[in-house]
Design a protein around this ligand. Structure first.
Ligand SMILES: *Cc1c(COP(=O)(O)O)cnc(C)c1O
Length: 517
């Protein structure tokens, strides 16, 4: 232990590396370096983004891996400039740029600048959101944003929630809370007391065939049986079929199974479809089952000036997942879990003497670790805070609306184009389709679409995603960039048709000249 006036703070007499290492610490003495180094980094990113003509260079793992493997991590370059030059070579040049209007693949958004400002501030101050004594105002700011989101959803006066790292974590925590509530109910009921293992094996989660795989992962992590997640079939629009849901709820009851949660998806990852929330909420209320709404994708509708009604019914959920890093134009990570009844968050509470003793509760010291499955936790909420304070929610909603309008135009474009077949009209921003070769080439549809996607990615001209629909390979556009024009998409469709038809021509020619025995 050091006493005031002890020599512990005197710099070591050795010249290196101790004293020069100190200069890298962000302290009151190094703010000039902080300004300079961060400005240099920002300049590199700005230059790269300004010069991005394509979303991707098409670099392959084989090209990139030796460059990264060849770096000796025990031999520092010594300076920021040299490290940034190297970073340009191993990362910045070949990264995937969601900022580019022809990035059309996954649920990645371009990010708003107020959130980038938040990111820079939050990592420099480095608050940790577990306890008040590591965060102060950050805890209160996060709480305000949770309340704001819960109010937008309409969860009522007892609502609460917590920021998380992403939809996967939000869904996991929701399933943890639902499991604990179901177990508490089952062991509290009159009659025979099942043991915990007996209970866990009887628990079921119902979600649609288009639900997110993180629900399966959560079930596994929560010790449920391998058959715990029951897939409810979807209707022709790939929304959860409510009649099938009712049948499944009845069947589970008959079979002595306990449905611990129904997970409805408000914005399926593959199709951008929204499950019919009001009748699902109706069935859940009648059966006394926890309703979780996974709105990781569709949460942007909460601020949409024209389409908020697509989430009607979400206010009846027991818990809701939102991913601000999908439709609020926030950088990764930024997500939250909201709950209707703040008391259920106690299932995530553990009192540790060193951190959050039970006495802190009686002292009414605000404390987020009691609601979270993380301990040390980033102040990701600051990004959304600055976004709301600088732009406001309507501006964010208007950006999302623009994307949804564009997706509707793209869907129309595709339905009118005989080269393609399009499936499931999404109220959000996903368009699933495939190139359909004419004539006998039709048998090559799967391979042609796979090939087109890979060839497009290798060229770096655009990125689209792929998925399987009823066993057949399809292509998927997920629009999240308001700067993507209909012309951009039309151009990408021409590129896809070009790659796919070339594939079909080559294959057919090869098979004609060299018939397979
Ligand atoms: C993206 C997504 C998730 C997972 O969220 P992450 O933030 O990637 O962990 C869960 N559910 C749905 C519907 C999603 O689209």
């Amino acid at each position: 232990m050091s006493l005031p006036g002890s020599t512990v703070d005197t710099p070591p007499t050795r010249v290196t590396p101790g004293s020069s290492a100190r200069a890298h610490l962000f302290t009151s003495g190094s703010v000039e370096r902080y300004r300079r180094v961060l400005a240099d980094g920002i300049e590199r990113v700005a230059t790269r983004v300004a010069g991005a003509e394509r979303p991707f260079t098409g670099v392959t793992p084989d090209e990139l891996a030796p460059r990264i493997a060849g770096i000796d991590l025990d031999e520092p370059l010594g300076g920021t400039e040299a490290a940034l030059d190297e970073l340009q070579d191993v990362y910045l040049r070949d990264a995937v740029y969601f900022h580019h209007p022809r990035y059309l693949a996954h649920l990645n958004c371009p990010v708003v600048i107020p959130a980038l400002l938040g990111e820079a501030v939050l990592s420099a101050v480095n608050s940790s959101l577990d306890t008040w004594d590591q965060s102060a105002g950050a805890t209160l700011i996060e709480r305000r944003l949770i309340d704001w989101t819960a109010e937008r959803i309409g969860l009522g006066p007892d609502a609460d929630g917590i920021f998380t790292s992403g939809g996967t974590q939000s869904n996991l925590q929701a399933m943890l809370l639902a499991r604990e509530e179901a177990c508490a109910r089952a062991t509290g009921a009159p009659g025979a007391r099942p043991t915990r293992p007996q209970l866990l094996s009887r628990l079921r989660i119902l979600t649609s065939a288009a639900g997110h795989f993180s629900v399966q992962k959560a079930a596994k992590l929560l010790g449920l049986g391998a058959d715990a997640v029951v897939t409810v079939p979807t209707d022709a629009d790939r929304r959860m079929d409510v009649a099938e849901l009712s049948r499944e709820l009845d069947r589970c009851r008959r079979d002595g199974l306990l449905v611990m949660a129904v997970v409805a998806t408000a914005g399926t990852t593959d199709f951008g479809t929204v499950d019919p929330l009001p009748p699902i909420a109706e069935r859940c209320a009648a059966a006394g089952v926890w309703l979780h709404v996974d709105a990781a994708y569709g949460c942007g509708l909460l601020v949409s000036p024209t389409r908020r009604h697509l989430l009607d019914g979400i206010e009846r959920a027991d818990s809701v997942t939102v991913d601000y890093h999908k439709s609020f134009f926030q950088p990764v990570s930024s997500s939250a879990l909201l709950v209707r009844d703040r008391r259920v968050l106690r299932h995530a509470t553990w009192h540790a003497d060193y951190l959050n003793p039970a006495r802190a509760v009686t002292q009414r010291i605000p404390n987020q670790v009691d609601k979270s499955i993380q301990t040390t936790r980033r102040f990701d909420a600051l990004k959304l805070w600055l976004t709301l304070r600088i732009m406001g929610p309507d501006a964010v909603g208007a950006l999302f609306d623009e994307v949804l309008d564009r997706a509707a135009d793209v869907w129309r474009l595709l339905t009118e184009d005989p080269r393609f077949e399009v499936v499931t009209r999404s109220p959000l921003s996903t368009v699933v389709f495939r190139y359909l070769p004419a004539g006998p080439g039709r048998l090559l549809a799967d391979e042609a679409n796979l090939y087109a996607r890979e060839a497009l990615a290798a060229s770096g001209a655009a990125l689209v995603a792929g998925t399987r629909v009823d066993g057949a390979h399809h292509l998927k556009l997920t629009l999240l960039n308001p700067e993507t024009t209909l012309d951009d998409v039309a151009h990408v469709l021409d590129l896809i048709a070009g790659h796919a038809s070339r594939y079909v021509r080559t294959r057919t020619a090869a098979e004609l000249s060299c018939p397979v025995a």
